[in-house]
Design a protein around this ligand. Sequence first.
Ligand SMILES: Nc1ncnc2c1ncn2[C@@H]1O[C@H](COP(=O)(O)OP(=O)(O)O)[C@@H](O)[C@H]1O
Ligand SMILES: [Mg+2]
Length: 289
Amino acid sequence: MEKSGEIGNSGGMTSGSGAPDAARTVSETEGAYTGRPGDVLLEINHLKKAFQDNVVLNDVSLEVSKGEIVSIIGRSGSGKTTLLRCATFLESIGSGEIRYLGIPAVSEEGGTIRYASREDMKKIRECFSLVFQNFNLFPHRNVLQNITDAPIRVLKKNRGEAKKQALGLLKQMGLEGREKAYPCELSGGQKQRVAIARALAMDPKILFFDEPTSALDPELTAEVLRVIKELAKLHITMVIVTHEMQFAKDISDRIVFMDKGVIAASGTPEEVFRSDHPRMKEFLAGYSA
Ligand SMILES: Nc1ncnc2c1ncn2[C@@H]1O[C@H](COP(=O)(O)OP(=O)(O)O)[C@@H](O)[C@H]1O
Ligand SMILES: [Mg+2]
């Protein structure tokens, strides 16, 4: 049996028909799931997603365990952002299943999309944070307010505690003393570091990044990659979509190569970068040229 491209034992490539999204009903399952002990934080099983006739994710399965750093690479249009958006519920799934902490968050059964109970979804949403390409800071709020808003509003942290944590995170991001600045007063690299501090302020179990440096000039890219590398040393679980190949190689426990909506290769950086997978070689050749 040919399983071309699959290198490691996680992630994987399977083929499927990838039917376009049909009209689906959304319902909520009743009752709380207890969750499953163990190290797997995120489990994506046989995820499919299409926009009209365009099948963007075709049977994607991926597991992320506690402390793991997984980089997702691949050409523009290969489905990386859609995968992150589905995993963080910013986009509905077509079919398949997504679990967090062993809890089925969203799944498809007989054409019906089911979400976990409201209570479980709250718990699940609180276990991840997302850092976007374009920072998405609130322009009319200062750095401190940007960082403390969600912890106070969503996690119900008290103001003093949230502020103390925010100042600590700013220090960690090399932005000590900038808490009163407004986003328009910051460079792109500083904005992105504030966005990372804001994501960390939610105490996430998993941090997702979607091309965190692609809106930045090279020197600003370096400062953002440096803080992400520091987070890696703290063994924060991260899923990072990136075009920075050397960074991905240096930082990742596992690299997932997406091609045309499937995981075409996955494994350790050494395995993936030395892979004979033709699409992977072609993709990498574009970087060394
Ligand atoms: N909201 C959307 N509506 C329609 N098509 C979309 C939408 N989002 C993404 N796509 C399409 O899905 C494909 C994969 O896009 P994306 O996930 O952004 O890829 P990547 O992040 O790898 O560049 C592209 O063909 C893109 O045009
Ligand atoms: Mg993208």
